[in-house]
Design a protein around this ligand. Structure first.
Ligand code: ZN
Length: 440
């Protein structure tokens, strides 16, 4: 048994009472939180004690949709004419970049993004992977990066027909079975699909049959751009969500990403199916697209989460972009502030807790010890009713002092303990440079 005691912290519990505890302690045994609050320290004999005086402690952050493989796109301009729309953006950039990845690129792009996540206070990432030139076994390389970085991951491979029919089906099936047999508290799996517009009926039928039999839930982009809606209507005579729903791809373990152009009837369908919707506002805006109408989804009773969509591993900035976009869009300064923070801190954990074996996302007895400590000293009162202001305007700009994942310290004093950060970054520069030179 290993044990860890954290003392003197300002604790943001995110528990049912939304308590903020000043000068409190957290006691951890074997990766789980055993006790929180004003503890009898003399009665404890921990293996290790961390004095968090003057620091803020809260649950590790959760990213509900990421593309770790996109890391090496930073600064890259693909050869040829610039993309002028979403379809060209996929064909000119993303599908060239993912096709050029080899298994080492998959590992290092994942590792680098996970290092950044840990340094930002994130402990759980739900990823959506593509690397067509090394599809088989690729999720094992992503998993290796999670194991080396120490974070929890829920993985899938995005099946599409864009290179060959049904590419990625076997990789999803293999990895879901592997996870199921491993009974891991660290890794989980879903069945990944790219989007309705890149999936034939035959492929979707095969995915639905296998995915539903395995029961892992699906993770798919839905109506990110109007082109997905138009192609689905032209080729199949249906709405995007109807096409998924009639095959049982909706359900309480399934994530639909963006949903930007879904109609009210499809939102209602998502709510009735108890499915999840993940918004990525910075990605939508970066692509020059409409942004997920998160308030409409919430009004329909859909469980809405927030991801980064590969833009970065910094999810607090996505919640900030989410509420600011809603205010600018509707010219209304009252909108979406608390909703965006709730989506980040409460809904993302509800999403994760549907997918992982171990409950996480609050500083509560029995939860996984996924904890971040920020060197954040508030200069205005920090209470339950002011927390969200501190989150978006203060904590979000602070690098994690200590990140604890499943009871293990992975970041200490702002440094990654198990990894040589600068060495990995330098190696990634070499890999990215070689990758870029292969893209024509
Ligand atoms: Zn995405």
């Amino acid at each position: 048994m290993t044990s860890l005691l954290i003392t003197n912290a300002q604790i943001v519990t995110l528990d049912d009472e939304n308590r903020v505890i000043d000068g409190g302690s957290v006691y951890v045994e074997d990766g789980r939180i055993v006790d929180v609050g004003d503890l009898d320290l003399d009665a404890l004999d921990p293996d290790r004690t961390i004095d968090a005086a003057g620091k803020l402690l809260m649950p590790g952050l959760i990213i509900a949709h990421h593309h770790l493989y996109s890391t090496f796109a930073r600064g890259f301009t693909p050869p040829g004419p610039p993309a002028t729309n979403f379809d060209e953006n996929l064909r000119f950039l993303w599908w060239k970049l993912d096709a050029a990845l080899d298994s080492d690129d998959v590992y290092y792009s994942s590792l680098l993004a996970l290092m950044d996540a840990a340094l930002a206070g994130c402990t759980t990432v739900i990823d959506h992977h593509a690397s067509p030139s090394c599809c088989d076994g690729s999720l094992d390389w992503v998993e290796r990066a999670f194991k080396d970085a120490g974070l929890s991951g829920c993985l899938c491979y995005e099946v599409s027909d864009r290179n060959k029919p049904g590419e990625g089906i076997e990789e999803n099936e293999r990895y879901i079975r592997k996870c199921r047999d491993a009974h891991s508290d660290q890794m989980a799996a879903m069945f990944g699909l790219h989007a309705s517009m890149t999936l034939s009926d035959e492929t979707l039928d095969r995915c639905a049959a296998i995915g539903n039999e395995l029961g892992a839930g699906f993770h798919v982009h839905a109506a990110e751009d109007a082109i997905d809606v138009e192609i689905t209507r032209e080729r199949h005579g249906k709405r995007v969500l109807d096409r998924f729903h009639e095959r049982g791809i909706t359900g309480h373990k399934s994530i639909f990403v963006h949903g930007t152009h879904l109609e009210p009837g499809e939102m209602k369908l998502l709510a009735e199916a108890d499915s999840m919707l993940v918004s990525n506002p910075e990605s939508n805006m970066n692509n020059g697209l409409a942004v997920s109408p998160v308030l409409d989804f919430l009004r329909h009773g859909v469980l809405v989460g927030v991801g980064t969509d590969g833009m970065s591993s910094h999810v607090i900035s996505q919640a900030r972009a989410m509420y600011m976009h809603q205010r600018a869009l509707h010219r209304d300064p009252t909108l979406a502030f608390s909703e965006s923070c709730d989506i980040l801190l409460r809904n993302n954990r509800r999403i994760a807790n549907r997918l992982f074996r171990e409950p996480r996302g609050s500083i509560v007895k029995g939860q996984l010890a996924d904890i971040v400590i920020y060197n954040y000293v508030p200069f205005t009162p920090l209470r339950p009713d002011t927390l969200y202001g501190h989150l978006l305007f203060g904590i979000g700009f602070t690098r994690a002092h200590t990140t604890i994942a499943r009871g293990k310290v992975i970041v200490e004093n702002g440094d990654l303990l198990k990894l040589e950060e600068n060495k990995v970054r330098a190696h990634c520069v070499e890999r990215a440079s070689a990758l870029w030179s292969r893209i024509r």
